[in-house]
Design a protein around this ligand. Sequence first.
Ligand code: ATP
Ligand code: MG
Length: 385
Amino acid sequence: MANFSASSGRQSVELNLDGISKAFGTVFAVRPVSLTIEPGLLVSLLGPSGCGKTTTLRIIAGFEAPDTGRVLIGGKDVSDLPPNKRNLGMVFQNYSLFPHMTVGENVAFGLKVAGTPRDEIGRRVKDALSLVQLPGYEDRYAHQLSGGQQQRVALARSLVTNPSVLLLDEPLGALDKNLREVMQFELRRIQQQLGITTVLVTHDQEEALTMSDRVAVMSQGRILQYGSPTEVYATPTTRFVSEFLGTSNLFRGKVAGSDGAGLSRIQVPMAGGASLALRVKVADGARQDDFALVAIRPEKMRLGRSAPEGSDHVIGQVLDHVFRGTYHAYQVSVPGRETPLFVYQQAIDADGQGVFAAGSQVHVSWLPTNAVYLADDEAKPGKPS
Ligand SMILES: Nc1ncnc2c1ncn2[C@@H]1O[C@H](COP(=O)(O)OP(=O)(O)OP(=O)(O)O)[C@@H](O)[C@H]1O
Ligand SMILES: [Mg+2]
């Protein structure tokens, strides 16, 4: 990605977290975390409540001093600088507009503090309000604005000083679902137009996946996986990431050799003595009898009266299904397996078959390339629950 955003004439910078950590008494809010965010990218910190997202953001901003590590903005160590000297813009979940000031005064605030000349302030406030599509709103007060409009003003206020990094902590958390989606597009448009390096904190999987260039999935103060939305969704490396980013069908078994074509064969024991054989790619190779956990997304599974050539499959019985607008969500019970399989499928599948009624005998099949091998986070102490 280019370092220079032509439309805004601004330089995008790299953001580095170099081994930052923070404990509050006995609570390790952030374990040593290292992360390099390339110039101009929008990166989400995604994770459940209490995993350390806000603390990480506050360390970047300078509101919290880390116990260890450094923060670098554009290659420069800012660890010893106060928040107002780091050239950052910030937006929080709760609209933090000053209620006694107009929109114009709110947006102008940072420029006034910096001693910017009066006519320049007027011009830049006008530009910032146009950027967030609220031109001419200078004279309103916060209570005369909708929630979405207030967040646009908060964004304009954080961008008017031309910061090099934008920090957003659940900025859309207080908005209802529809408005939230509109604002997701809006925020992304503005971020890309400016080419501004951005860290977005969210616990909403969909928001992180749709808005970000990269997602950092956090659990218990650590980044468990960092990658593009497609990578973290389609090839999670741990059970936690797999399950946090959506529904997964899990199979627990043992490595039982190789198929000779680059895939490992996994033997999954079923109650009653039977077992299921499936194939999966194991990145670092696998040893015979190694424990194996395999995940398959519901939309990567197929229901049919038979299984296509080259796929792996299991036979089961449809328990139930619900229509979800664009697909049917099936639950299929498999003899000897404790939990049903979830399968998402179009109403009419590739065979031209319609909906499978409850009680139907079906083949649930999938391509081995859609099976994902997960690291064993079961056996370890302190596993994410
Ligand atoms: N000032 C503080 N004093 C003591 N403990 C704190 C403080 N700030 C955060 N913590 C603790 O640190 C951990 C991480 O908190 P943090 O606010 O970073 O989580 P979060 O991921 O932002 O969660 P949420 O999604 O609920 O906002 C939590 O266990 C929290 O209780
Ligand atoms: Mg938080």
